[in-house]
Design a protein around this ligand. Structure first.
Ligand SMILES: C[S@@+](CC[C@H](N)C(=O)[O-])C[C@H]1O[C@@H](n2cnc3c(N)ncnc32)[C@H](O)[C@@H]1O
Length: 207
């Protein structure tokens, strides 16, 4: 067994973010606003009746799904991520809360193609969109990728479906993300919460 060198843990900005168990252990300490962000995302949701189709997009270890299921355990949750190891942790966590979780391994391209699965009544994307769009890209490129990604989400929402984004503004400022949602066809777009660089925003598609 060859272990990773522990010193990544004691380097500035270090760590093992791609390891799901490590990620869950360290998220709160290293990114203290991530947990309040998830609570604010949960509280921004309208009441979700049993059977509501919810997608946790780029679910990682399933923290968005667990947040939704803790409040509304009778929804049907679809877990989407490209990483099979993270997806299996998400499945394990969701299965502790519901018999109705469906994992879907898929790589999302910010190319305007509808996201897989669905149609969904709700898409939640927690610390997800910036990861799909990519870090360290020019503002204009980021804006165009967000436009396409929001269109991909909108196209897989059922009439009246909602999208909730909890993220930080590392890739694109919040106002620009809200405008991208509007350009993709979302209405009632607004910010529910913001603290420092973290935020929760939402919008819905037409009936
Ligand atoms: C920072 S993690 C967030 C995970 C989780 N949503 C949370 O709130 O803890 C970003 C996730 O996006 C996934 N991801 C990144 N790019 C992706 C893509 N193009 N398609 C699907 N998943 C992607 C990664 O595998 C990772 O699980």
């Amino acid at each position: 067994m060859s272990l990773s060198n522990w010193t990544a843990n004691v380097r500035r900005n270090g760590g093992f973010w791609r390891d799901g168990r490590w990620y869950d252990l360290h998220l709160e300490r290293r990114m203290p606003l991530a947990l309040p962000m998830l609570e604010e995302l949960r509280d921004a949701l309208p009441p979700l009746p049993p059977g509501t189709g919810v997608c946790d997009l780029a679910c990682g270890t399933g923290n968005g799904a667990v947040t939704v299921l803790s409040a509304y355990p009778e929804v049907h949750i679809t877990l989407v991520d490209e990483d099979p190891d993270l997806l299996s942790i998400a499945r394990e966590k969701a299965d502790a809360l519901t018999l109705d979780a469906e994992p879907l391994q898929a790589s999302i391209e910010a190319d305007g193609e509808p996201i897989p699965g669905g149609p969904y009544d709700v898409v939640v994307a927690s610390l997800a969109l910036h990861a799909i769009v990519g870090h360290d890209i020019e503002r204009a490129e980021a804006e165009s990728r967000y436009d396409l990604l929001f269109r991909s989400i909108a196209d897989r929402l059922a009439p009246g479906g909602h999208c909730f984004v909890g993220d930080h503004v590392g890739t694109l400022p919040l106002f620009a993300q809200l405008k991208a949602m509007e350009r993709a066809g979302f209405r009632d777009v607004d910010c529910a919460w913001r603290q420092d660089d973290f935020f929760v925003a939402g919008g819905r598609v037409g009936e």
